[in-house]
Design a protein around this ligand. Structure first.
Ligand code: GLN
Length: 548
């Protein structure tokens, strides 16, 4: 019999931020633990073609996949919770769907027909869902937004139709809702869930499973009530109780019988789930024996979501060292040479993350100077590496006006600059960029190989000669200054295989000082903590011990 792919559509009701991405990732993790091959997809209702140009303040982090797609941050959850390799076909937006339909229309593909939401947009959505089938046993598709939004209607209509075409035994609808506890009434309320499901049914979708987000365990009476009003079985009402850490979610879902129910409803026969790695992880996470404080000096410090992968990677680095990582967010706009000590007081390690634009750059340079001279473990990522190079050039190599052309286009010493031409490993072509290039789609994006030099912090961490990491930037280290900086003590510990691009810089006379052009945080997983984050946290722990 031909391989039959099964589909699980995850929708959300009542309000946003209930953790639909985490719920989808947890379902995937459970199914993977049963030996099934899973993949995931996110369908986002907004009109941007991709989230690349969106402000992280509004939408949280932009996640980047190996193939260089700028995606929604939920793709990060998916990759951290599973072994699925995701890319351009795993995130579609309304903008991308319409773009493709309009391109076809202009090309004359619809031959005089009137192009409409139904069937043209909905057909396009269904084609996008099908395009990731490959060899996956189960495809989990998360629909962004909340039921009742105007924008998500075409997606909901498409997934409604999908079940008719794929067969009801192959498609499952999972709906996430909120069951709030109302203090004055002294009880949990099921009405928001009832309304949300009613809304979903009014557009033709009867959910098969309800995942109810709540701050307490839902007893059988409540479950029975929800089941009755929402037309599902009582064992199809799953409690999703708030957890101390997100890595407990798959285990809690399992205890509620979720994965059993899913395989039953989809007529899948699998082995028992192998959950020991998750149990070990949760046990470890709940018993971390020490703690370090890391100062994250950046721009988007108000919204934790804008540094999602970074926070996770730091957490993983802590788990690898049996230690809790406490984050101290410092707004770089407020940091000066004089107050750096005060602002960053008490940190065992300092991290300057990636970022765009001039705001707060001076404070970041002062931060690097403080970390370098006080010999506090330092980790600079992308823009964080740029400011590390600028600081070193100015204060150690004496290149007084060294700057990045991103911040000062007329600097006499463009130590970080926009490379006009470079060889692109992925497309095997020479890429050209100018300062007038469009903002969307002109970055070095996705996975690139990097060659490591022995006896460096980088090589010690990775313990290998060749690595692959993900990029998202326009500006690069200017090789014309390489010799001068090396003569002053800076070490170039990682380059592109042809040595044309500088990817990692270090200062060796320091407990741990490393800046990288790529974003290592995108590849860290709870069960495979990233080597750079692991060693950065280890050096912060060491610094804390030495300080005491
Ligand atoms: N703004 C810098 C660039 O475009 C750094 C980007 C980043 O930190 N991701 O090169």
């Amino acid at each position: 019999m031909a391989h039959q792919t099964k589909y699980i559509f995850v929708t959300g009701g009542v309000l946003s931020s209930l953790g639909k991405g985490l719920a989808s990732a947890s379902i995937a993790a459970l199914l993977e633990s049963r030996g099934l091959r899973v993949t995931l997809q996110k369908l986002d209702p907004y009109i941007n073609v991709d989230p690349g140009t969106m402000n992280p303040f509004q939408h949280g982090e932009v996640f980047v996949t190996d193939d260089g797609t700028e995606t929604d941050l939920d793709i990060g959850h998916y990759e951290r919770f599973t072994s699925a390799h995701l890319g351009k076909n795993n995130n579609f937006t309304t903008g991308k769907i319409y773009h493709s339909v309009i391109t076809k229309e202009r090309r004359g593909d619809y031959l005089g027909g009137t192009v409409q939401v139904i069937p043209h947009i909905t057909d396009e959505i269904k084609a996008c869902i099908k395009c990731i089938e490959h060899d996956a046993d189960v495809v989990i598709v998360e629909i962004g937004g909340t039921i009742g939004d105007i924008e998500s209607l075409p997606f909901l209509e498409a997934i409604r139709q999908f079940r008719l075409e794929a067969g009801k035994e192959n498609v499952l609808y999972v709906h996430l809702t909120l069951v709030p506890y109302i203090g004055t009434a002294g009880e949990v309320k099921t009405k928001p869930t009832q309304h949300s499901v009613k809304e979903l049914r009014s557009i033709g979708i009867q959910p098969n499973i309800l995942i109810c987000r709540t701050d307490r365990s839902l007893d059988n009476d409540i479950k029975r009530k929800i089941a009755l009003f929402c037309n599902v079985g009582i064992d199809e009402v799953i409690t999703a109780k708030d957890t101390k850490n997100i890595y407990e979610v798959p285990l809690n879902f399992h205890d509620e019988g979720l994965d059993n129910k899913i395989v039953e409803l989809l007529f899948m026969w699998t082995g028992a789930p192998q959950l020991q790695p998750w149990k070990d992880l949760v046990k470890k996470v709940n018993h971390l024996s020490s703690s370090v404080t890391i100062a994250v000096v950046g721009k988007y410090t108000d919204l934790k979501e804008s540094y999602k992968s970074l926070n996770e990677a730091l957490f993983h680095g802590g788990v690898a060292n049996d230690c809790k990582v406490l984050l101290k967010y410092v707004d770089s706009e407020n940091v000066t040479e004089e107050n750096a000590h005060e602002m960053i007081d008490g940190a065992d390690g300092i991290l300057v993350p990636g970022g765009f634009g001039n705001r707060g750059v001076f404070g970041k340079i002062c931060t690097v100077q403080y970390a370098r001279t006080e010999k506090i473990p330092f980790f600079g990522i992308c823009l964080g590496m740029h400011v590390a190079v600028i600081e070193f050039a100015r204060n150690v190599a004496g290149i007084e006006h060294a700057h990045s052309t991103e911040f000062d286009p007329n600097t006499p010493d463009p130590i970080i600059y926009l490379m006009r031409e470079w060889y692109d490993e992925k497309t095997k072509t020479i890429q050209k960029r100018t300062s007038l290039s469009e903002k969307g789609g002109t970055m070095r994006l996705g996975a690139y190989s990097c060659k490591l030099i022995p006896d460096t912090f980088a090589h010690k961490a990775y313990d290998t000669d060749m690595i692959s990491e993900r990029h998202r930037h326009r500006y690069e280290f200017n090789k014309n200054y390489q010799k001068k900086l090396q003569d002053c003590g800076m070490v170039i510990s990682g380059t592109s295989p042809d040595e044309a691009l500088v990817e990692i810089v270090e200062i060796p006379d320091h407990p741990w000082f490393l800046g990288c052009q790529f974003h290592p945080e995108f590849k860290s997983k709870p069960m495979q903590p990233h080597p750079l984050f692991r060693n950065f946290i280890a050096s912060a722990l060491q610094y804390q011990t030495d300080k005491a």
